[in-house]
Design a protein around this ligand. Structure first.
Ligand code: B3K
Ligand code: ZN
Length: 892
């Protein structure tokens, strides 16, 4: 918690470390109230690093540590031999080789930040990325200092029977006084942010798994007693990840042992510590009774993601934190490809791609257009933890995907091979990655650098002209990018634009450009601000399908007519653009209806749209998973992002109206699809079954959006009879969202009854209780008073991040009607919650703080309340750097 003005760190100020560390030996005497850490560092002067004429110093970072002793080459240092300035400890030194011994004390049991060494449910865990290692011991805690680690753990044997750290277990045994020890050695050089230890009472599922090179690796999934019935899917996902990395990229597991540990108190999803991944329980624990299809998919993706970091992040790491997307964008891309490959079918892949586009529009485009906008490779930050963002992760993954689109799958693979050949066991930059791609592909990718340096979502405006006489079709693309904080003018991006042309019958036309035959999808390279492409031999006026497979993270503007969109929605051979046409049809109507709602006009939905939706719903030739995506309307956030002045209530009314109107007008078709999409037999989280359940549950949601007695009865029956959590929670959601319906007798009683029974049955399952809170937090009938009441529930606590997020963050981020109450009560609640959370856990508080990012976009009456709430937080004397940076930028 800081009171001084936070310092901004700039990428341009990077300097190499004055000393490198070859070896680290750590000794831990673990005690929740007083843990003693003995740290022995073998350092080597880094002559490559200049000192700018100043005398050389060893620079170490430490936070919240009690310093007991420092010895340099055997000599004890006194207070005059070093200087401590905030977190920085500097020791003047010019020796070539140095052995530094440091003894410190920390207090894990009072560490509520969950960064560094902390206690969760009586057990010890660590989280070091980005700068948590400095809360364990003094160290040159920066990712370009890579060393080998030997770790001795000592703790009470009865309380902490399991002692884990990175790498291989070398030795273990008993000590006097009921204590025991374990010695671990990690043979690979790693930055300190990848260090981990666990000292706990846990049980594990384990097996040995054959690797491609004939070795066998020991795989373990560690959980608290009572959760062993929920580890199968994580283990299966881990094995699939290992196999996939071998097969698709020829990357092998480099350790004999790979461990996953689940912990209930965790700030984010999971952490890729070398050989000892530590996970939020949310991304490990699953069985059909407690986990939904989305949870199963999340586990596969996150287990994959953390495992893939072993090469993209750990073996090759980041030079500095500005390069974060080097590992995160690339690893998200890899986990996306993994999930798509696990489904296998083209249609299944397309559904995963649509999901990715949805995430970008839901979260990344708004970030790019708000006060926290930053390039994929930021130029500055106050608190690095604020930059684990959708821009660095998801837009970063899009940037990696564009290399593959430009170079082709084989070219991209060559680039990856070259990247590893050049940089194994190094700490490198995004430029190094781009250079590997350019060199392997023999291409000039210098303009492509702007994807890393320029923030904001590019806009591509398309115009077309058909010349019937010459049989040419001209596609003119004009790109621009709005100003973002600190970046006024932008230069043109290098944008791959995949294009197809549809004939009147909906079939793809052959494409010829400059006499070259390009098949039916051409990847055009837009590099100028304004560029035209002339297709030859075009026999009829076509309908353009632009940005197929969402070939670049841009906003495409084109004046499509309804007729063209209906043609694309029913025929485009590119499933992503087929889906996109439906989204455009819907968005046009939703925006118009929101205006009508704001003006108090009556709302009306046209037949063209409803017919298109009907046809999609009943088209049995299409996968259920695709149909579900195609029938899902753009979210309220996406609609808001299209409006100059956001009116959350009008948006909600418009979207609810469309949902209810579809529900009423397609009632019999929805009911028939509901029946046709059942998944009888044992639950299985395969893509086909997941798709069927998704379509079935969307039908139920539509039916309950315009509820009659039959719809509510259907939801109640599903709730009672559900054999899995996916169907259970979908039915509960339908009932809760129909709570205020006047068309059904006792709608509220049905909702309350289901909520009560749900809680009674699952109160022992923390992750399900989170769902119970989140369900209520996001219901439009839930206002601030209701949230405050839920906060007094015995199961609620701000100290557990999952629980705090399930109620507080869900209300502020996913309940626009409740949060944006005209009296400003939602914002006052937000301010109070940010302040309360900040005192416990700045990282969680700071995420919540971002709910206010786009406050300037709202109607003046709301803005006034929002500004007041922001100022209330910003005006606090003590605030973490995390929250101060976010509210400061919002108000700037
Ligand atoms: N690398 C971690 C995130 C660490 C976040 C630190 N605030 C998880 C991941 O991206 O795999
Ligand atoms: Zn990651």
């Amino acid at each position: 918690m800081r009171t001084d003005t936070p310092q901004t760190i700039y990428r341009k100020d990077y300097t190499a470390p004055s000393y490198l560390v070859d070896a680290v030996e750590l000794g831990f005497d673990l005690d929740p109230a007083r843990t003693v850490v003995a740290n022995r560092l073998t350092l080597r002067r880094n002559d490559a690093a200049g000192t700018g004429g100043a005398r050389r110093e060893i620079e170490l970072y430490g936070e919240e540590l009690q310093l007991v002793a420092i010895r340099l080459n055997g000599k004890a240092l006194g207070a005059r031999d070093y200087a401590i300035d905030g977190a920085l400890l500097r020791i003047p030194c010019d020796a070539q080789d140095v052995v530094l011994e440091i003894e410190t004390i920390c207090v894990p049991e009072t560490n509520t930040t969950l960064s560094g060494l902390y206690v969760s449910n009586g057990n010890f865990y660590t989280q070091c990325e980005a700068e948590g290692f400095r809360r364990i011991t003094y160290f040159p805690d920066r990712p370009d200092v890579m060393a080998t680690y030997t770790v001795m753990l000592r703790a009470d044997k009865r309380q902490f029977p399991v002692l884990l750290s990175n790498g291989n277990l070398i030795e273990e045994g008993d000590l006097p006084d009921g204590r025991h020890y374990a010695l671990w050695e990690d043979p690979f050089k790693k930055p300190s942010y990848l260090f981990a230890l666990v000292a706990a009472s846990l049980v594990c599922q384990e097996e040995t798994f054959p690797l491609q090179d004939g070795r066998r690796a020991l795989l373990q999934v560690w959980v608290e007693e009572g959760n062993l019935d929920k580890t199968d899917y994580a283990m299966q996902s881990l094995k699939r990840s290992i196999r996939w990395d071998e097969e698709r990229w020829n990357l092998e597991l480099d350790l004999d042992r790979f461990m996953i540990v689940a912990v209930g108190d965790f700030n984010m999803g999971a952490m890729e510590n070398k050989g000892l991944n530590i996970f939020n329980t949310k991304y490990v624990l699953a069985n059909p009774r407690v986990a939904t299809d989305v949870d199963f998919q999340g586990i596969e993706a996150v287990v994959g993601h953390e495992y893939f970091h072993n090469w993209t992040g750990n073996r090759v790491t980041c030079r500095d934190w500005f390069q974060l997307s080097l590992k995160e964008g690339l690893t998200v891309f890899r986990d996306q490809e993994f999930s798509a490959d696990m489904i296998g079918t083209a249609s299944g892949r397309a559904v995963t791609r649509i999901d990715q586009v949805r995430t970008l529009r839901q979260a990344q485009f708004p970030e790019d257009a708000g006060p926290m906008a930053h390039p994929v490779r930021p130029d500055s930050f106050v608190e690095i933890n604020n930059f684990y963002t959708v821009t660095v992760y998801e837009k970063g993954a899009e940037v990696v995907r564009m290399y593959q689109t430009l170079l082709g799958r084989d070219g991209f693979r060559k680039g990856m091979d070259l990247y590893f050949a050049r940089h194994d066991e190094q700490a490198v930059t995004c430029d190094d990655f781009r250079a590997a791609m350019a060199d392997a592909g023999g291409r000039d990718l210098s303009q492509f650098e702007r994807w890393y340096s320029q923030a904001g979502t590019p806009v591509v405006q398309a115009e077309t002209h058909y010349d019937a006489e010459r049989q040419t079709y001209t596609l003119r693309l004009v790109q621009s990018c709005p100003a973002t904080p600190g970046q006024a003018g932008k230069l043109p991006f290098h944008i791959p634009v995949a294009v197809g042309l549809l004939g009147a019958d909906g079939r793809d036309l052959p494409l010829t450009l400059d006499g070259v035959d390009l098949g039916t999808t051409a990847v055009l390279e837009l590099v100028e601000a304004d560029q035209s492409f002339v297709f030859g031999g075009v026999r009829e006026q076509p309908t353009p399908s632009i940005l197929r497979d969402f070939s670049a993270p841009v906003i495409l503007k084109y004046g499509y007519s309804d007729a063209e969109l209906v043609l694309l929605f029913s025929h485009d051979s590119d499933p992503v653009n087929r889906w996109e046409a439906g989204q455009r049809l819907a968005m046009g109507r939703l925006l118009k209806l929101a205006e009508d709602a704001a003006a108090g006009r009556s709302l009306d939905l046209d037949d063209v749209f409803v017919d298109a939706m009907r046809k999609m719903l009943v088209d049995a030739s299409l996968d259920p998973a695709f149909r579900e995506q195609a029938l899902l309307l753009p979210s309220e956030t996406m609609i808001a992002d299209q409006m100059d002045v956001v009116d959350p209530m009008a948006i909600h009314m418009a979207r609810q109206f469309v949902r209810a109107d579809i529900g009423a007008r397609l009632r019999s078709e929805l009911r028939a699809q509901y029946d046709a999409s059942q998944t009888p037999g044992e639950y299985s989280p395969d893509a086909e079954s997941i798709g069927r359940r998704a379509l079935k549950n969307l039908c139920l949601a539509y039916l309950c959006a315009a509820p009659d007695e039959a719809a509510i009865a259907l939801a109640r029956r599903q709730f009672d009879e559900a054999g899995n959590m996916t169907d259970r929670v979908a039915a509960l959601g339908a009932l809760v969202h129909a709570r205020a319906s006047s068309a059904v007798a006792d709608a509220a009683a049905h909702a309350d009854d289901a909520l009560r029974r749900f809680y009674d049955e699952f109160q022992g399952e923390a992750l399900v209780v989170d769902k119970w809170f989140a369900m209520q937090a996001s219901a439009p009938t839930t206002d601030v008073a209701a949230v405050r009441a839920l906060m007094t529930h015995p199961a609620f606590t701000l100290r557990n991040p999952n629980r705090a997020r399930s109620l507080v963050s869900t209300f502020c981020g996913a309940n626009p009607v409740g949060f944006h109450a005209p009296d400003g009560s939602g914002y006052a609640f937000w301010a109070e919650s940010v302040i309360a959370l900040d005192a416990l856990n700045p990282q969680v508080a700071s995420r919540l703080a971002r709910a206010m990012d786009r406050w300037r976009r709202y109607a003046p009456a709301l803005q006034k309340h929002m500004k007041k709430a922001l100022q209330q937080v910003a005006g606090r004397a003590t605030l973490s750097n995390d929250v101060r940076e976010v509210v400061g930028k919002a108000l700037a």
